[in-house]
Design a protein around this ligand. Structure first.
Ligand SMILES: Nc1ncnc2c1ncn2[C@@H]1O[C@H](COP(=O)(O)OP(=O)(O)O)[C@@H](O)[C@H]1O
Ligand SMILES: [Mg+2]
Length: 463
């Protein structure tokens, strides 16, 4: 069977071809709800309007529209007005999940299967939408507030809501199991570095060292898997940037919340419905160089923008930060290399590698553990090229230890960072780095004796 036939065969009914709905008024509710939200659009989120005033506007609009429909009993009419208003003003059955501060993510896998993430782990809920139409209505309501719409002609939407949450929706026929909705809520209590230490994401020494690295304007890449806490860590690290710096943030969907006064926030623009008007991250990175930044923060590097970011780092924009999807510091560097090659440059690989090693000073690896916690597993310094490879040196490394409460911890390896930016900026490393029991005449050899993955000259193997 051809893929197209399979898709058509399994295709869940769409609003144009309704399946016998649970509620005889499903089609009507659908239509009126859609008309009301397109009428009111962003006004539904206008904060200057009180809840009561907004409700009155919505109720009046629904009554007007229902008055034009024939053959509805008065009792049904009243019920319909209330139900459509609830769906319009709130988010239907997922409203309590969105209000619950312990829930970080809401995942709707079709109308009768709703999951949440609490404290990093997934839980199935008893929440259901009455049918597929109902779910579609709520999805449209959610995306209408940012002027978007999902239907058969544009079945894929990724958007950021005014409160900072991120929404992704996929409709049939792209989804084979009904409409899918994923909402990553914006964490109201912003986690700062102290919060991450308290949660066990990193020990206090690592925090102290990272703060110093930010002050010394090291170029830092945070590496980790999806949902491992990269953006959260980037937000937290940014609190260590001095108030006097002019910072430009560049993101796909603005998730960063910097508290400094001099922050310029740029957000890439996706293609419009006609497939035009796209402004990719890369163009924003290039443009940001003409805006006299002290630091450039790229939310996540995924593609050709890596080239421009590395060039920026190499041409005096020290102290830049970014994140990248990779499972280990060395993988992160190879991913950057491939991204630069994707940008269409015809440099030899060695030159690209050289550029990566010159631009980056530090890679911070974060991982999601099976208990849902997030922890730093390496703080690795990017050194120079030796032959064909970039030398990496772990300053901190995660040590598994069954006697430890969390099964292990991030520990200082005893290797002193070789980056001269600390000295150049008149900063001294914490005393515990000097006094570490393995520091002294031959710190590398000592660390190598303790950790077989580090060779005496500091290169690391085994990952
Ligand atoms: N340090 C942490 N400890 C526990 N949970 C975290 C931590 N950082 C992030 N999370 C959880 O993980 C979710 C995803 O975090 P995020 O920083 O957006 O990940 P990424 O950018 O790697 O995809 C957050 O909504 C939050 O619930
Ligand atoms: Mg992220």
């Amino acid at each position: 069977m051809e893929l197209r036939e399979r898709l058509q065969g399994q295709r869940t009914p769409t609003s144009n071809e309704p399946q016998a709905p649970l509620d005889g008024f499903a089609e009507l509710k659908d239509r009126v709800h859609l008309a009301v939200i397109s009428d009111l659009g962003p006004r539904l989120y206008n904060e200057s309007l009180s809840q009561q005033a907004l409700r009155d506007v919505v109720l009046a609009d629904i009554r007007n529209r229902l008055a034009q429909e024939r053959g509805i009993a008065i009792a049904d009419r009243d019920r319909l007005v209330q139900e459509i208003a609830d769906d319009t003003l709130g988010h239907g059955p997922i409203e309590p999940l969105l209000q619950d501060d312990d829930v970080s993510e809401v995942m709707v896998n079709g109308h009768a299967d709703v999951w949440v993430e609490r404290a990093g782990t997934l839980h199935k809920t008893a929440v259901r939408f009455s049918d597929e139409h109902h779910l579609r209505r709520i999805i449209n309501k959610i995306v209408a507030q940012v002027g978007r719409r999902v239907d058969e002609s544009s079945p894929l939407v990724d958007a950021r809501l005014p409160d900072g949450s991120r929404v992704n929706a996929v409709l049939p026929p792209l989804s084979l199991t009904g409409p899918l909705l994923t909402i990553r809520k914006f964490a109201k209590s912003r986690w700062d570095l102290n919060g991450l230490v308290a949660m066990g994401t990193m020990p206090a020494e690592a925090k102290e060292f990272l703060e110093l690295c930010i002050e010394a304007q090291l170029n830092i890449l945070i590496s980790g898997g999806t949902g491992s806490g990269k953006t959260t860590l980037l937000n937290a690290l940014s609190t260590a940037i001095p108030q006097s710096d002019r910072i430009i943030t560049i993101e796909d969907a603005a998730e960063l919340r910097l508290h400094q006064t001099h922050v310029l926030r740029l957000e890439a623009r996706p293609k419009n419905v006609e497939g035009q008007g796209e402004i990719p991250i890369r163009e924003l990175v290039r443009n940001s160089l003409r805006m006299r930044p002290d630091r450039i923060i790229v939310g996540e590097v995924r593609g050709s923008e890596a080239l421009d970011m590395l060039q920026a780092m190499n041409t005096g924009h020290d102290g830049s930060l970014s994140t990248c999807h990779a499972n280990a510091p060395r993988d992160a560097l190879s991913r950057l290399e491939s991204m630069v090659l994707m940008a269409g440059v015809d440099f030899p690989l060695r030159a690209v590698r050289q550029q990566v090693s010159r631009a980056l000073d530090l890679v911070v690896q974060i991982e999601r553990f099976s208990d849902g916690s997030r922890k730093l597993t390496c703080i690795t310094e990017v050194e120079r090229m030796e032959g064909e490879t970039v030398t990496l040196q772990d300053i901190f490394e995660y040590k598994f230890d069954r006697t430890h409460e969390h099964g292990g911890s991030l520990a200082y390896t005893g290797l002193r960072p070789s980056c001269n930016k600390f000295e150049r900026r008149g900063l001294t490393l914490p005393r515990w780095m000097d006094q570490h029991k393995f520091a002294g005449a031959a710190p590398m050899a000592a660390a190598a004796a303790r950790n077989p993955r580090i060779e005496a000259h500091g290169r690391r193997f085994g990952r």
